[in-house]
Design a protein around this ligand. Sequence first.
Ligand code: BDR
Ligand code: CA
Length: 315
Amino acid sequence: PSRVVIDCDPGIDDAIALLLAYASPELDVAGITTVAGNVGLDQVVDNALRLCDLIGGAAASTPVLRGHAGPLARGRRQPDEPVHGAYGLGGVELPQATRAANPGHAVDWTAGEVRARPGEITLIATAPLINVAGLLHTHPGAGAALREIVVMGGAAFAPGNVTPAAEFNFYADPEAARYVTESGVPLRIVGLDVTRAALTPLADAETLIADGGPATSAAGRMLRHLIERYEWRHGVRACAVHDALAVAAAIEPGLLEWTEAWVTVECAGEFTRGALVADVHGRSGHAPNALVATGVDADAFRAFMLSRLLAAYGT
Ligand code: BDR
Ligand code: CA
């Protein structure tokens, strides 16, 4: 299996991403690192620990590390719409965590892990890129020792979800996102335009709830909350599960279509701060530095996610 570190801010879709990762024998989750994003740092750490208990098995002892509590450079704006609910998991209350986070900082822990296994670790980043940029910046050599970074973020070919141009994970810390895109580490980007093309319908949430297992019903209830928010905004009874698609892309890249591009992140624009810029036609003269997802087999992803969750956690 591929050894992965998941850097996340759970968050409903982060939670589903974690459930999917542990349901997938292709991945060996070395650690879960956390960063402020959908909710504040203390809350994402607590959510990650509770989710690990819910998942059980290997997750119950996976290291969980605290990362950065805020952006590296300029100020960030929290989303003004309670997409993930007050505590970040759509009002689903999981039992109190049975352990605390591991000692140490997420960034230093990841650096140690990457150094110990050069060329082996894939970093799956489903949150603002503050920890990832911190890793590449403060630990020279870490980037070269990473196998790949798979990022959920940006909206290269479609409107954003925080501003007309910017997606949440990139908008939360554009300087960090830019640093990561220009780092030279092999990069795959799964943006909003693609995650929004792979919606999970209410029927799948209901199937999970009806299964009745602790993890399946929690997943189903979280998804139902997200679908309610999505319906309010987009008028469909379905939702994008952004971060889970990034995990799926790490497992089965063939579920998506990819194009090579030079990518960067706009940090100065009056209206476009945080926008992912993807030079798919080589206008900039820069060599490609990323694979950017341009399409997804939505039915295949839907079946993949639902069947894996039911097989791993179903009653
Ligand atoms: C991203 O922002 C967060 O709200 C989600 O968890 C996802 O990582 C989508 O823009
Ligand atoms: Ca996230």
